[in-house]
Design a binder for this molecule. Structure first.
Ligand code: SAM
Length: 286
């Protein structure tokens, strides 16, 4: 694509008939990795943007909303999230947030595409700084295969994947949630990127049902992220502890703690309200 054009996010499979567009100042990088098409764009109103297989992954302007919520919703629902696994997350943004949690001691991350990691270090350093933490161990590999080899290891598993086409397809299958369940310690919690019911209710429902088959408690939390289709994204969250109530975080933060951790979206109040769904979505999903 040329600079000074519009980037149009078109997907006939995922959101037919609609398109979000960003005006591009400059194409910073374009390549085809072993797994996907990668673009890094400098845009007029959303800063630097990472695009995989034609789909926006994160933008400099609003990425914090997604990273903070996918990290802190599960971490603050668990009484002692010492050991965490991140699947995907090649931009480093989720790792940046997870290592801030005071009880997290050890973070393992498995990302399939080392080119996403390298390009994020170069063009998205405000996110890739997550890889610098001494708490983090990064493995390059397929998250599905990695999960097959893990049993009873993690308190929290966060799946920060791209959408369910291409390399991330397996991370939305029922068998993936079965493997994640096995990889958790007793009372463990998972949280996965969950698309949005505005554009694909059937897919959200199907993936929720996969979670319900494996976990006694399942929820769907919401965040407002303008650069995702429909401006909203959801998170599948599930617990092995049947007493978990996602609306009631086990760990709360004061305003001072929120500021110390440099959180700009997540607060204890945002956590409590994230699980309140519009009536029609609640009827479909629960
Ligand atoms: N926040 C973003 C979103 O909601 O679209 C996702 C960001 S992150 C860049 C997604 C990452 O998942 C990508 O770096 C991609 O390479 C990685 N990924 C896709 N399939 C994977 C798999 N099977 N195992 C591990 N990582 C995978």
């Amino acid at each position: 694509m040329n600079s000074s054009e519009w980037f149009n996010e078109i997907s006939d499979q995922l959101w037919p008939g609609q398109c979000f567009s960003l005006k591009v100042k400059r194409v910073l990088h374009e390549e085809r990795s072993a797994f996907q098409d990668i673009k890094v764009l400098d845009t007029v109103s959303y800063g630097t943007v990472l695009v995989l297989d034609g789909i926006i992954q994160c933008t400099e302007r609003d990425e914090f909303a997604y990273q903070e919520m996918i990290a802190f919703l599960p971490l603050c629902s668990h009484p002692n999230p010492k050991k965490v696994l991140i699947v995907g997350g090649g931009d480093g943004g989720v790792a940046r947030e997870v290592v801030k949690h005071p009880l997290v001691e050890e973070v393992h991350q498995v990302e399939i595409d080392d080119r996403v990691v390298e390009l994020s270090k170069k063009y998205l350093p405000f996110m890739a700084c997550g890889f610098d933490s001494p708490k983090l161990k990064l493995t390059i590999g397929d998250g599905f295969e990695y999960m097959k080899q893990r049993e009873g290891e993690f308190d929290v598993i966060i799946t920060d994947s791209s959408d369910p086409i291409g390399p991330a397809e397996s991370l939305f299958q029922e068998s993936y949630f079965g493997l994640a369940k096995r990889a958790l310690k007793p009372n463990g919690i998972i949280c996965s990127q969950g698309g949005t019911f505005w554009v694909n209710m059937n897919h959200v429902k199907e993936t929720m049902d996969h979670c319900k088959k494996n976990f006694p408690v399942v929820g769907y939390g919401l965040a407002s992220v303008p650069s995702y289709p429909s401006g909203q994204i959801g998170f599948f969250i599930a617990s092995l502890n049947k007493h978990t109530i996602f609306k009631n975080p086990t760990k709360t933060f004061s305003d001072e703690e929120v500021d110390q951790m440099k959180l700009r979206y997540y607060t204890t109040e945002m956590h409590r309200t994230a699980f309140t769904l519009p009536r029609y979505a609640a009827k479909h999903l629960y």
